[in-house]
Write a protein that binds this ligand. Structure first.
Ligand code: KIV
Length: 272
């Protein structure tokens, strides 16, 4: 067991802020189901994100937009049943918080009550500040998400690096300060220049979790299926693959098929 795992029995939003103040980096990965969450949690990951990337990874949609609140609650409750230590953060899906703060609060309450998760994540800054405020006032911790926000992909028109120009970088810095001021416990910053992330992380007390945002963040997040190499089509520069699971799984499936066809499986020891 790692030293960090021994030190923190259960990760809370406060643990993350304490980790930042001690200069200890935060690890975050996605999970959408019980079995994966159990493995990720027991490996010692600090935060499990039930991302709306489930829309792509689990359901095969092109974007994160189609996933519903009911589907997110199903994924989140499966994840919560698999964990003992990690903090579980759940994405509020597209269309459940942008129109008005009361609807945003209702959506967040459903996630917390019906899944047992510990916090929600929301994409955007100034535009959704009233919704964030209302949710936090109800006692629900909120993680922000700035930079490339996939729920706005049709506004951006592309998944390329955000905030390269001063105007967008300035807005991101202001939004990050605002999110801290209204009480977010952490912010994900996605796909922006590393220098910008470093500047934001240094200017805030709350932890910045980066994805494609450089090494100056207080922690990193990756989509688990991507870092395990289960998806060969997605090859962004920021992705480090720790396994080639797609190849290993294909190999295992092909061996099984061969064993069934040849009559080698089951053997005498594998039957009653
Ligand atoms: O939905 C997701 O998986 C995310 C991460 C990429 C940060 O928002």
């Amino acid at each position: 067991m790692s030293a960090a795992k021994r030190e923190y029995k259960r990760i809370t939003t406060k643990t993350l802020v304490d980790m930042k103040s001690k200069g200890e980096k935060i690890s975050m990965l996605t999970a959408y189901d019980y079995t994966m969450a159990k493995i990720v949690d027991s490996a010692g990951v600090d935060v499990i994100l039930v991302g709306d990337s489930a829309s792509n990874v689990m359901a095969g949609h092109e974007t994160t937009l189609p996933i519903t609140l009911d589907q997110m609650i199903y994924h989140a409750s499966s994840v919560v049943r698999g964990i003992t230590r990690s903090l579980v953060v759940v994405d509020l899906p597209f269309g459940t918080y942008q129109s008005d703060p009361k609807e945003a609060l209702r959506s967040a309450i459903r996630i917390m009550k019906e899944s047992g998760a510990h916090a929600v994540k929301m994409e955007g800054g100034h535009e959704i500040k009233e919704s964030i405020r209302r949710i936090i006032n109800a006692g629900i911790p909120v993680m922000g998400h700035l930079g490339l926000t996939p729920q706005s992909i049709y506004k951006f028109g592309t998944y390329t690096v955000r905030a390269k120009e001063d105007q967008e970088a300035d807005k991101l810095k202001k939004d990050a300060l605002l999110l801290e001021k209204i009480g977010c416990f952490s912010i994900v910053i996605e796909k922006v220049p590393a220098t910008l992330t470093t500047e934001v992380a240094k200017s805030l007390q709350i932890p910045i979790i980066g994805i494609g945002a450089g090494n100056g963040a207080d922690g990193q997040v990756l989509v688990t299926h991507d870092m395990l190499g289960m998806n060969h089509e997605f090859n962004p520069r920021f992705l480090r693959r720790y396994l080639d699971l797609s190849a290993e799984m294909t190999d295992a499936f092909q061996k099984y098929i061969q064993d069934v066809k040849s009559g080698d499986f089951p053997s005498d020891e594998e039957q009653y």
